[in-house]
Structure formats: structure tokens, C-alpha cells
Design a protein around this ligand. Structure first.
Ligand code: SF4
Length: 255
């Protein structure tokens, strides 16, 4: 995608949603960090359902450490990988108490040194809590960047590094939210909704998905194919019938 197309791409996403943000619910930076750790391989909605009740009472690392691993595990048991995540959340909370005075650190190195915190989680926290221009690449961002041709790459690191180089101001701060939301609600994994996409003319993905009313349902295609096959068979029979009849009508033996 050319420079001016990249600008236009984000300009349109920004026009549609001027103040994008994470859909993970949290009351402070510590809860945001916990929510992001819990959201690995889980939807934001499922994380919110689990965290809503216990975030009411667990607002600090000490409160979660006091809650204990067993009760935390019970609270998040509806989220995938909850055993490992409960362990990590308790361990990272203890690390925050021991090394950072109970506060969430502001640097990537310190964040990534916490249990259960990888580059993507650090990127989300740095961006959402501290306003840094980071580009967290999750499954939605990876798909949108590759499909559209915006920042194609074989790995999340490759896509992230391309985004870092090409996303212009004033879109750098919110780019990753726009890409996530675009992937979640429009450029969906199974069937991108191209017919209502604001960047359809800039995107290289082919073939574009038609509007539902213009799409032929698979069942209709199957019926049409069956009908055409039946018609062909019948035509074949009709065409061969006279010959067969001729052959049958010929006396097998001459008198
Ligand atoms: S045109 Fe389709 S494939 Fe391209 S970004 Fe939009 S929804 Fe995704």
C-alpha cells in the first residue's frame, strides 16, 4: 500500500470511530494489566464477564494476592487456560509488590519481566495506560494487515515492525485499536463484510464479499447444480433414445 493510501486507510477508520479504546473493562492500570493477561486466547467479552464481579473487590496487587490462587482460579474458570493464568496473575501481583511498590511499571523491559506478560500484553498496557505509540498485534490485527496488504508479514513481529514504520501521525497512538475493532466487527475471520467496509477500495483482498442480498446461498447453488445435472442426463437419454430404439427395432435376425 502506498504512503497516501495508508494515510487514507487510517483517516477513514478514524472518521468512523474518533475515540477507539480497548473493550476490556478495568478500573485502573493494574486491573487493565490483569485483564490483558487473562485475555490471551479468550474474547474480551468473556474476560469482562469473569472479571466484573471480582474486580469490585480486587483493585490492587495485594488484594489479589490475598484472594489467593484457588479463589482466583474459581473466579476465572470460564476463561480458557485459567489454571496457568491464575498462577501468573498471582505471581505478577507478588512481583509488583516486591519490585515496583505495587505499581505497574512504565517500561517494556520491566513489564515483560513480569510472569505471564509477553510483548503483546506489554504493548497494550504501554499504549492504553501510558499513551505510548505501540502496535500490539493480535489475531485481528494480523489478519487485517495481511488481507488488506497494509502490513503483510508471516509473523506477528514482522507485522508489528512494518506497522511501526508505516503508520503516520496523527494515527499512531490509536492505530492498533482501529485495526482490532475493524477486524473484530467488519473484516471478520470467516467472512469479511466487504460490502460495508470503509476501506474497500484501498484493500487488496479478493474476491470481495458481496452484500447478503446479492450472494447466492450454497443451498441454491446445490439445487441449481442438481437441476442442471438432471437436465443434462435427461438430454443425454433423449439424444441416445432414437439410436437405441433403432437398434432395438432392427430385427436381430434376417428372415
Ligand atoms: S474490503 Fe473486505 S477484506 Fe478488505 S478490509 Fe474491508 S472487510 Fe476486510
Amino acid at each position: 500500500m502506498k504512503r497516501e493510501q495508508v494515510f487514507e486507510f487510517f483517516r477513514r477508520l478514524a472518521e468512523n470511530n474518533p475515540s477507539p479504546t480497548t473493550e476490556l473493562e478495568s478500573g485502573n492500570t493494574y486491573q487493565l494489566l490483569v485483564a490483558v493477561v487473562l485475555s490471551a486466547q479468550a474474547t474480551d467479552a468473556s474476560v469482562n464477564v469473569a472479571t466484573r464481579p471480582f474486580f469490585e473487590h480486587a483493585k490492587t496487587p495485594k488484594q489479589i494476592v490475598d484472594l489467593g490462587e484457588e479463589r482466583l482460579r474459581e473466579a476465572i474458570k470460564t476463561i480458557g487456560l485459567f489454571n496457568t493464568k491464575a498462577k501468573n496473575v498471582i505471581a505478577l501481583s507478588q512481583a509488583l509488590i516486591d519490585k515496583h511498590g505495587g505499581e505497574v511499571p512504565h517500561t517494556r523491559e520491566e513489564l515483560q519481566a513480569l510472569p505471564g506478560v509477553g510483548r503483546k500484553t506489554a504493548n497494550v498496557v504501554l499504549n492504553t495506560a501510558f499513551g505510548e505509540e505501540t502496535f500490539a498485534v493480535d489475531t485481528h490485527v494480523f489478519r487485517v494487515c495481511n488481507r488488506t496488504g497494509l502490513a503483510p508479514g508471516k509473523t506477528v513481529d514482522e507485522v508489528e515492525s512494518k506497522l511501526e514504520k508505516l503508520v503516520p501521525q496523527p494515527f499512531r497512538r490509536d492505530a492498533h485499536h482501529w485495526l482490532i475493532l475493524h477486524g473484530r466487527y467488519t473484516c471478520k475471520a470467516r467472512l469479511p463484510e466487504c460490502w460495508r467496509c470503509p476501506v474497500i477500495d484501498l484493500c487488496r483482498y479478493q474476491p470481495k464479499t458481496l452484500p447478503p442480498e446479492e450472494r447466492v446461498k450454497p443451498s441454491v447453488v446445490r439445487t441449481a447444480l442438481r437441476a442442471s445435472s438432471t437436465a443434462r442426463t435427461a438430454k443425454g437419454r433423449t439424444a441416445s433414445t432414437p439410436k437405441a430404439n433403432r437398434s432395438r427395432s432392427r430385427p436381430s435376425r434376417l428372415p
